[in-house]
Structure formats: structure tokens, C-alpha cells
Ligand binder design. Sequence first.
Ligand code: D41
Length: 666
Amino acid sequence: MNIQDTINTLRKELNDHNYRYYVLDDPIISDAEYDHLLRELQALEKEHPEYIAADSPTQRVGAQPLEAFGTIEHRIPMMSLANAMSTDEILAFHDQIMRRLDDTRQIEYVVEPKLDGLAVELVYENGQFVNGSTRGDGITGEHITQNLKTIRGIPLSLRTESLPAPKLLEVRGEVFIRKNDFEKLNNQREAAGEPVFANPRNAAAGSLRQLDSSITATRPLSIFCYQAGALEGVRFTSHIEFLSTLKDWGLPVNPEIKKVNNIEEAISTHNELETRRNSLPYEIDGSVIKVNDYALQEELGVRSRSPRWAIAGKFKAQQETTLIKDIVLSVGRTGAVTPVAKLKPVHVGGVIVSNVTLHNQDEINRKDIRIDDTVLIQRAGDVIPQVVKVITEKRPLNSRPFQMTNECPECGHEVHTPEGEVVARCQNLSCPAQVKRRIEHFVSKNAMDIDGMGEKLIDQLVEKKLVHSFDDLYRLTADQLAELDRMAEKSADNVIHAIEKSKQTTFRRFVHALGIRNVGEHGAKVLEKSFNGDMSKFMAANIEGLEAIDEVGPIVADTIVNFWSDENNVTIVNNCFGMGVSLEKTINAGEQIFTDKIFVFTGALESITRNEAKEIVESFGGRAAGSVSSKTDYVVAGPVAGSKLKKAGELGITILSEKEFLDMLK
Ligand code: D41
């Protein structure tokens, strides 16, 4: 093959890959492979400049920067679109069409997503891209040919496999940036210390308006075509036929565009697009509904600025501005204290928004949100409303930065934000906002394990003010319980019995039950070992002492010290001990008779529960596993043991009865 043929083949290959990528959305090579082919072509053209052609994929960049854009007058004005703000207005649009046509046939429509980008016009003469322009005011626009050439989705020459190129094709479309491309672009800019774009539309507009097309070439611009301007040498009978021909010519057309049979289907397609809006890869702000039949379009004609045969169905706004009347604190069940802005109520994305969370003080500082500020609120789909930004131009003169107070809005105790965290928390054990959750945790299986204390019972105890914090549990009487809903005398006795039984516990269970932030079940075990089960030492520990413990970091240490700095917490814990809670002495290191031994329990156990058996093993330094393997040291088998026992036999593992196991502890 001679050089010229090689160059032509490479060009065709590159153009075909572009077509597959941008029009068919079905690429068969990676971006890197594409770049490789492009560089190969560049090298050949450099050696043989005589073979460079205007429509070569290498010619998308390289023009000199312009002094200014030239202007052009559009051969056919680029009209604007009338808006429909509701289903009723879409129906009114249809009714008007029906009246004008005095025709009773069904009218087909084409429904297109309304891209939020910039309208442009591309001109192809005999299949070659000759120039392109912005919409401008619809009558005159600016020549941005060089910039448009950098957009890889725009073919430099039309494909002519299925039909020849017309003498003249003016095609209109929207240039836009996809959401993920936008995010990448802004990340790059942030990393390079450049200002970020507010939204994809601004980024697309700024990129198209560059006088230096080599800058435009670095921006991830996309295009979808949707309308004909002047045409010569080709005729279409319907809009959908036109769009499908555009694809054949290699021009990108939005695959979401749909032809429907009547206005009802158009409305349901519009509604469906609205629900899918946030999951589409680009931003849209509505749909455009167009009469499909070109003869009918002709008959309907145009008003001064917009055609009668098309309408933009607007989606509900997802952003609105409103006023922050106040900022209040609210405390959740976990003690997190959150600032909440009280808004002048406003319709956003189909609902009325009157409160919006500001998350934490850091977020307030970052956005500099103040009382009496006018703010831009956003609610996208199911997403919770958020403040996008403050409109600082509308800020009153006397305004001051907002600072959260240190007091829990519910109980007045001091809230605390651990070093390195952003969320302030109330750690008061009797904070009313948290008490139900705290009690639920306190009585749970792996904490104090109080049987029969369900959520419903806890709700009643708290609502009837019998329990304000968990020391109150040990003050309850059977008579008090028996008066509650759905509490027979027997079950009241059972609960009292379970409460009584829970008093015999361990350091690790009790500390876990306290629900100190960042100290879970494992943390409690670590502390138990380190304080040798001595609660008073733990309560008096300082930051340095705590941080010296392996597995205790600065945040946990800080949280613990803050927890015990609340007198009320100390009192509640001491009350528990005063009413008979007692912690079993933990086993000393010397008695770790099961160090690194792995136990498996199978079948029914009689005098202890599975969980107790597990605790025993762990307290002597061993581990309890769920299944038998070659690593298992002992299998403890109860009466109806099954496959695990069989497997243990096969592997030759020591098998113990429950009694033999308990005897080992003596
Ligand atoms: O997606 C769009 N933004 C879009 C804009 C679209 N799909 N179709 C459109 N159709 C028209 C008519 C019917 C007037 C030819 C449009 C626009 N106009 C348009 N874009 C900017 C102003 C008007």
C-alpha cells in the first residue's frame, strides 16, 4: 500500500471509531488506542504534508487564535421555544393545534430531552463541515467554526454509506458537557489552582467562547443535533425521519428522543423523563415536544419568535432562592447536634421546603451561611434539600457569621466535637432526645442482656417518665410495670427478674452498654484488659493514659475524657453500682488457659448458652469459631450435634461434652 492509501485508511478508521463512539454509542476501541491511531496519522501527515486534507481528524486543532469572532446572519432565524409550566399547559398547546388544523386525526409528536447547553448551528456543504455558529439572538450569531471543529462528536465530513450528502445541510443542536466530564474538568481545575465552573452549562459556554481553539480542544464538549435549518438537495416528510437520517450522516442524536402517537403519550414520556432526570448522564431542564409531520408543521406556522408546532415542557425547578429566617440546633437519637436553617417556605423540585440541614459548623463556615441570608436551595429528585450557596449580594449590612452554641438544645448539657471530627455531640446519658435509643442499647443482648425489654416497653417507660436514664431501670418495681399496656403480672415479674439478673455482669458488657461514642464492644474489651476491670480507674483516666493504650487513638481518648467530665454521667454510673450492679473480676493473664485455642460449639448446650460459652472461651484467651476446620482445637458437642461432630471425627479433633468443657475451667 502506498503512503496516500495508508493515510486514507487511517483517516477512515478514525472517523469510523468516532461514529461508533458518538453516534452509535458503541465504541470498539479504548481512548488510548484511538489516541495511538491518531498519533500515527499525525506522524505520517507530518512527513507528507501534501496529503493533509481539511477533514482529516488531525485538523480539529491547530488554527491560530482569533482577535474576535466574526458574526453571521442565520439563513433561517433560529427560533425560540414557548414554555409549558404544567400538564395543563401542554394540553392547551395541543388544543390550540387541534383548533388550527380543524382535523380530528391523532397527532404524532416527537419528545426530546431539553438539554441545558448552548444552541449552535452547523453548516455542511456537499458533505463538508464549512462553518458553525452560536445561536446568538436567533438572527445573528458568532462564527465559532474553529472551536466546533475541536468537538470530536461533530463529523468534519458526512458519512455517505446509506445516502449521499445533500448540497446544503444546516443542522442545529445543543453543545453541552456531561455530568461526569464536568466533575473531572472541575477536579483538574481545582488541582491546577484554577477557578472551578459553577455548572456544566457555564463550563460549556465558557469553552465555546475561547478565541484560542486549542483551549476549547481541552474541554470535554458533547453535542446532540435536533433540528434542521436550511436544506438543499434533500427533503424529509417528518421530524423523526430527519433525525434518523442525521444519524446515518454521522451526526449525534440523543438516543432518548421518542416518537409518540398522541398528546397523552407525549405527556407520559415527559413525566417519565422528569423522574429519570437525575440519573441521565447530562443535565436537562425539560422536554421539547414537537409535531412530527412536516406538512402539519408548515400548516401551523410560526408566531413572531417561536413555532406553533413545538413547546418546551418545563420540569419543576430544582433550585430556588429563599431567606434563612433562623438557624436552630437539633439533636438526633445518637446525640449528634445538627444546625438546621429555618427557611421562608419555598417550592423546590415539587415539594415545599421550610427546613434544610446545614450539617455542622465546618459546613456553615465553608459556605459562610448566616441568619437573614438569601440562599440558593437545591432539591434534586429524592435527595434531601441543601444550601448550594449564599447570594452575598442580598446580605443585610449588619449580618454576622453564625456560631453554634455549646449547649445541647434538648438537655442544655455541653456538647463536644472531638478533635479531628466535625459533628458536635451531646454525651449526656439522660438527654431526653437520646434516652430511648440509649436504653435500647443498654438492655441489648451483647450489652446488659435484659430479656423482655423490647422497644414498645422502653417507649412506654420513657413516655410515662418512669425512666430518664438507665439507672432508673434498677428502680422499677413489678407494680409499676404491671400497670403498663400489655403487661400481665407474670411478664412484669419476668422483666424485673431479668433486670435483677443483669446486675451480675462484666466490665466489658457494662462499658459497652454505656454507649460511649467510638467505644464499641471491642473497645470495651480493650479497656477492660488495660484497666484490669477496674471501673474507678477507667472513670478517672486522663488523655495521656488512654492514648497510651494500644488501639485507643486520640479521638476515642478525647471522647472518653469528655464523657466522664459530665458529672451527670458519673452519677448515673455510680447509681447503678449503688443499686447492685457488680462487675465480675476479670481473669488475669496468668490464667489464660485457652490462649489461641479455637473452639467450635455444636448441638444443644444445657447449663450455659452459646453466647456464654463463647465468652468463657474468650475470657481465657481462646476463640470460638462457627465451623469445623483443620485449625479447630476442640469441638464441644451437645446432644443433637450433626455434621460438625461428624467432620470433627473425620479430622481427628478432640471432642468434648459440655461437662468435660466446664471441668477444664476448674
Ligand atoms: O435540547 C434542546 N435544548 C432543544 C432546544 C431541543 N431539543 N429542541 C429545540 N427546538 C427548537 C425549535 C423547535 C425552535 C427548533 C431547541 C430549541 N429550539 C432552542 N434552543 C435554544 C433556543 C431554542
